[in-house]
Every structure is written in C-alpha cells, then in structure tokens.
Design a binder for this molecule. Sequence first.
Ligand SMILES: *Cc1c(COP(=O)(O)O)cnc(C)c1O
Length: 365
Amino acid sequence: MIPFLDLKKINMRHEKAIQEGVSQVLHSGWYILGEQVKLFEKEFATYCGTDYCLGVANGLDALELIIRAYDIGAGDEVIVPSNTYIASILAISANGATPILVEPERATYNIDPAKIEEKITDNTKAIMVVHLYGQACDMNPINALAKKYNLKVIEDCAQSHGAIYDGKRAGNLGDAAAFSFYPGKNLGALGDAGAITTNDEELYNKLHALRNYGSHKKYQNLFKGYNSRLDELQAPILKEKLKYLDEDNNYRRKIADYYLNSIDNQHIILPSTKEEPESHVWHVFVIQVNDREHFMQYMTDHEIQTIIHYPIPPHKQEAYIEWKEHSYPISEEIHERIVSLPISPVMPEEHVKKVVEVINGYQPH
Ligand SMILES: *Cc1c(COP(=O)(O)O)cnc(C)c1O
C-alpha cells in the first residue's frame, strides 16, 4: 500500500536529534516553559520574519487565544472561509463571537477576497484567513479591506508553514497568526503543539500572560487565562525539524509539479496555483473527481491510500445545527468532489510515478 502520509518515516530521519533533545530536557530538570521553548520561539519567529513567537498547546488554542487577546467576543463577528477545517470556526465560537462564513474561490480553495466586503457589518471585528492546503491567500486585497474597515487580520497557518506571499512568510501577513504542529502538518511535533506569531508587542505581552493562567508574574493574575503552553519536550523536536522545513517543502513542490505535469485524465481536475511557486507548500494535493467513492475505491484497489480534506462542510456539521438551512453552494460542491493524493517529504519517486500511472488509467463507470 502506498500510504497517504508515512509519519514514522518522516520522524525517524531525526531519530538521533530527537533522542538528544528529549535527553537534554530530562537532564535540565525544567519541564514547563524552559530554555527549549524559548529557543524554539526565537527561531520560529526568525523563520517567519516576525518580531514575536509564542508557543502554545495546539493550533486551536493559538486561534482561540488570539481572538480572546483582541477582546473579540459576544456580539462581535469574525469573517472566516466556509470550507475551512472546523477548528478555525470553533475558535471564534469558543469566544462567544459569531463566525460569518464567506465562500472560497473555486480555483484556489481560499477565501474569495471579492466576497468579503458584502459581509462586513458594524459588528465585524476581524477577518480570519486560512491558507488552505498550503497555499497562501491573496492577502493584498484582504489587508486593504481590513485597513478600510479597521479590522484585525488573523491568519490560520496550520497548513501553510513556510509559504511565501509577496516576499513574506505565512505568519507575517496579518496582525497575528496561529500555527499548529499537529504531527501530520508540514512542521509536526510528536504530539500536540502550536504557536502564535505577531509583530504586535502589546498583543504578544497579553498572550504571554493568557497562555499561562493570565499571569505575568508568578501567582499574580491579570487576566482570566488558560493553561495552554507549548510542551518543553516538543520544543527541541520542532527546533530540529524546522531546519529541514524548507527542504521538505521543496520536495513536496517537486511531487506537486510532477503530478501537475503528468496526470493526464479528462475525469480529474487538478489544483490550480499562482505563478509564485513558493506561495504553496502543498500540505495536501487536492484533486476533484465526479464519482469520488468510485475513484477512491479504484485507488484502494491499486494499493494507493487517499483521504478527503474534508468530507462535510462546517455549516453541515451537527455542531452547527443552527446553520442547517444556510447554503454555501461552492463549499458544498467542493466538499463532494475533492480527494487528496499522497504527498510528503519522504515519498519515494516510484510511489509518485505509480500514483500518476494509476490515475491516468482511471475510467468512471
Ligand atoms: C490542523 C488545523 C487546525 C487545528 O490545529 P490543532 O493543533 O489540531 O488544534 C486549525 N486550522 C486548520 C486549518 C488546521 O488544518
């Protein structure tokens, strides 16, 4: 079977460094918010080109904490794409604010900048962009709108570590950004982990307290905070893997290029990309096909694992039963047709070639 993603193989490349990192933490005797977290935060901020980085427990917390730190809550609205992973939307709801869904562009799957302005009201406080599947959103028109209406721009970078737009990295394209280091992401830990990047010093200082019980100083609490800290044990692992992120993303790009140039089947719609190759880090390679179930069965029969990102749009989830009657036709259509092909920094060339061969031989019934 060609696996969708071989996480063990990805991490075993770093076996020695990971063991050394874990041993270093063990021997330090300091297990929460120690030297390793500080070092990783510094290096990740440098990588993203931001003044600040703050390690937190996971990507959802990163998003939730940013919204909280901006005092966005009940009665406020946050604009968010209708086809994102549910976490983006949960982070808004968790703060008591109202998610306002905006449809994506069909070509890029990213929020359609032309559809944002009509959703802005007096209650709108922020636009949350999601660089979905690894491709940076078209940020210039979005930042222009945010400026015009005095809104915050929050980036969900959980799928876009390292993507570059207009010379800047994802994480440095708005007011604040949330990263997830869930094991399957382009930069993944050996467990849950996340981070926030920003150039906003005031926001950074507030978040610094919020992630640690709302405390700047031990046993003094300025805010009703959280316990959401990047695990000290994950920090040296992430620091080591960060060194290889660009190389890994380049390898993903090579696979994506090969797929784009070699998959030749009238029944398969390939993803479209911007001219700038570095704007995409190919967290996943998403195609569209009419009879998805039949296609996926065909791939399984040919020993190739495929996955759907994601099968049900957020507004059709039980959790958001209040949106049952809402209609987002582009999202609904996308969610019915998409399939993700295997892509990873450790995928052997023979596997990539086999995927192409098998897809080129696909016939609908
Ligand atoms: C993975 C993901 C998240 C959540 O990250 P966790 O670390 O799992 O909490 C948020 N948004 C998007 C788009 C994601 O893909």
